[in-house]
Design a binder for this molecule. Structure first.
Ligand code: AMP
Length: 213
């Protein structure tokens, strides 16, 4: 089974992908994480992606689709797509890539979160440099300041979690990614979940029920 999580930056896609992966043995395919790994390793792809990511805008579709196509050659089922596709062209490309591999997306989950909640989450977000888990300066403080509870990694603020970048990212999401909700509704794959106020654990329970896992 393959699942896609669609939601604005800060909607909890990453946290939820991690919980589903651990509990149901999915593998998380996060294009944001793949780009960041390429940036750390200073690859050609990383250098290209960095230009766009630091501005808070999307990496071009052809670059992103090629990276995902390579990934799918080694693994193409039991995946949770986190942050891909993000445009209609990417969605169409993914449908084709999966169908060429006799695979498909089974469920598309739209995590709906109000903009005020997203802004509050993103502006306080801290991420572990090592395992990428998220914390929050006020709502989900680590036990030791700026140190990951899980592996002792350093907690950092992502460059694109600065206020001016957050605004751009939310605008880009509304313009380019939200049309995907209708695209998948028309394919009868859409599961809508309210991600506003619940804790990550309550939200997770609700999603597991909705997906009948
Ligand atoms: P994320 O970690 O998912 O919030 O992604 C961080 C940044 O990586 C985004 O703001 C984009 O610049 C880039 N990115 C990640 N996934 C995609 C995608 N599917 N298409 C284009 N750009 C992406």
């Amino acid at each position: 089974m393959n699942i896609l999580l669609i939601g604005a930056p800060g909607s909890g896609k990453g946290t939820e992908s991690e919980l589903l992966s651990k509990e149901y043995n999915f593998t998380q395919l996060s294009t944001g994480d793949l780009f960041r790994t390429n940036i750390s390793n200073k690859t050609k792809l990383g250098l290209k992606a960095q230009e766009y990511m630091t501005k808070g805008i999307y990496v071009p579709d052809d670059v992103t689709n090629d990276m995902v196509k390579d990934y799918l050659q080694t693994k193409n089922s039991g995946l949770i797509f986190d942050g891909y596709p993000r445009t209609l062209d990417q969605a169409k490309a993914l449908d084709q890539m999966l169908s060429d591999l006799n695979q498909k997306l089974d469920y598309v989950v739209h995590i709906d979160v109000k903009e005020s909640v997203l802004l509050q989450r993103l502006s306080g977000r801290l991420v572990c440099e090592v395992c990428k888990r998220s914390f929050h300066k006020i709502n989900r403080k680590p036990k030791v300041e700026n140190v990951c509870d899980f592996d002792g990694g350093k907690l950092i603020t992502r460059e694109d979690d600065q206020e001016d970048k957050i605004k751009v990212r939310l605008k880009v999401y509304n313009e380019q990614t939200s049309p995907l909700i209708n695209y998948y509704r028309e394919q009868n794959k859409l599961v809508e979940v309210d991600g506003n106020v619940k804790s990550a654990i309550d939200f997770h329970k609700e999603l597991v029920e909705a997906l009948k896992l």
